[in-house]
Write a protein that binds this ligand. Structure first.
Ligand SMILES: [Zn+2]
Length: 326
């Protein structure tokens, strides 16, 4: 069990679950104990092992499941909300999350169908043709299972500047549209989810907003990283791996990686590879076939960023976007 970390007005009990993904060594979430009550920041993965870790940590804090007052979510991804249904079985408590998390947690049918149509159209327009079938099948399954898997408890929407359980909310989107950072009131400590991870480069991921528009994932992620660096916090408690103490250095590294990727993409576009799917194939080789949604997302995000920066422009030819140097 991880050691408790005493702050001035509260105690942090980190819950560290060994990773279930090849690229992530740990999945972290946090029990926060104040004199006023106990809350969770994120909720791990849906496994017996993880549930046991939560119960052991509650015991360590002199509490049990019945003492939990709320779950605060940094974002809706499955490795951050896994135990929510099991916790709610024991006790009906509210979940605090960004408004973009709500239809994703509720598995809102209309939203999920919009999202499926969004990706079908995106892959075609970006030159991916019929690819993405595996992803679409999974999304269709999610829609079919929505009724039994949706989170049904009260979800309280939070956003920039709100205060919850002694934390200030900062919106830090990019990895996901609903990413939130919880900053403690003295500004020395923040819980940042997956915005910046030690030893792993976080992908900005393409996803539609609730209104169906494509969010500028890379420029959002850059701004979120810059905001984290600007906080001047001593430590960031992250969704994976060790806490981050060298925020400035890591942020500079992540931004320069993105810059290098942009330079390579400009090189490819300049050499006449103009369709995003072909750019992705040239850049990622075999991963284009094995990790299609992920690598397409990564390239589309960077292309959107280059377009925003005025470095490239696009034309539609036979229903497919072609990008050109400006
Ligand atoms: Zn994660």
């Amino acid at each position: 069990m991880a050691e408790a970390i005493r702050q001035q007005t509260y105690t942090i009990y980190p819950i560290i679950q060994p990773g279930i993904y090849p690229t992530l060594k740990t999945i972290n979430f946090y029990l926060i104990k104040r004199p006023e009550g106990i809350v969770l920041i994120d909720a791990g993965v849906d496994s017996d092992d993880c549930m046991e870790r939560l119960e052991d940590t509650l015991k360590q804090a002199g509490a049990d499941l019945g003492d939990l007052e709320a779950i605060l979510l940094t974002h809706h991804h499955e490795d951050h909300v896994g135990l929510v249904p099991r916790i709610l079985e024991n006790r009906d408590i509210p979940v605090y999350a960004h408004r973009e998390a709500v239809p994703r947690l509720r598995l809102d049918r209309e939203f999920l169908e919009m999202r499926l149509a969004f990706f079908k159209q995106l892959y075609i327009e970006m030159g991916g043709g019929g690819r993405g079938a595996g992803r679409f099948a999974k999304m269709e399954q999610t829609i079919r299972d929505a009724a039994q898997n949706a989170i049904r408890t009260e979800i309280i929407e939070i956003g920039e500047g709100d205060r919850v359980f002694g934390f200030e909310v900062m919106e830090t989107p990019g990895h996901s549209p609903d990413c939130i950072t919880f900053l403690d009131t003295d500004g020395r400590t923040a819980f940042t989810g997956d915005v910046l991870i030690e030893g792993s480069s976080v992908n900005a991921i393409i996803d539609p907003a609730m209104n169906g528009s494509r969010l500028p994932s890379v420029s959002q992620q850059r701004r979120s990283l810059e905001r984290l660096a600007g906080l001047g916090a001593d430590v960031l408690y992250t969704g994976h791996h060790e806490p981050v103490r060298n925020t400035d250095e890591l942020v500079r590294d992540r931004l320069s990686r993105m810059d290098r990727k942009c330079e390579k993409l400009l090189g490819l576009i300049g050499s006449g590879v103009t369709v995003p799917a072909r750019i992705t194939e040239a850049y990622y080789k075999d991963l284009y076939r094995t990790q299609f949604p992920l690598v397409m997302s990564e390239i589309i995000g960077h292309i959107d960023y280059l377009e925003e920066q005025g470095k490239i422009t696009k034309t539609m030819e036979d229903g497919v976007w072609n990008y050109h140097l400006s």
